[in-house]
Design a protein around this ligand. Structure first.
Ligand SMILES: [Zn+2]
Length: 125
């Protein structure tokens, strides 16, 4: 398992977990319905989480339009690259947009645009 995830996928799972957290908080608020203030606080927190998640989703949309869509050389799937380097959303192959960075040691983990899977666990430091 590679330690890094595709940026868009990472943000998306964060937004999704925010929704779950919001729902759980609101659900917890129901147990305090005898204490109106506590219940209201829980509800407000839950709504806040969901609003934050919505904002995050909008943010992902904004990122996605700017992201370059490429075909991953490793798995052949379509994926989106955010920034100069990113991971494939399907197989987590490191991909770079900048040809200057190919083969260069600009970051320990991103420095290998290699197409081989053999060096899965070897990140040279
Ligand atoms: Zn891939």
């Amino acid at each position: 398992m590679k330690p890094y995830k595709n940026k868009i996928n990472r943000i998306r799972s964060f937004a999704l977990s925010l929704i779950f957290i919001g729902v759980v908080i609101m659900y917890a608020g129901i147990f305090f319905r005898k204490y109106e203030i506590i219940m209201l606080i829980f509800m407000a927190l839950g709504v806040l989480c969901i609003v934050a998640s919505t904002i995050t989703y909008a943010w992902i949309g904004a990122i996605s339009t700017r992201a370059a869509q490429v075909v991953c050389p490793e798995c052949g799937g379509l994926t989106k690259i955010v920034g100069r380097v990113d991971m494939c959303g399907h197989c987590r192959e490191p991909l770079t947009m900048d040809p200057l960075l190919e083969g260069k040691e600009f970051d320990e983990s991103y420095n290998k645009p290699s197409k081989s899977r053999s060096n899965k666990n070897s990140t040279s430091h």
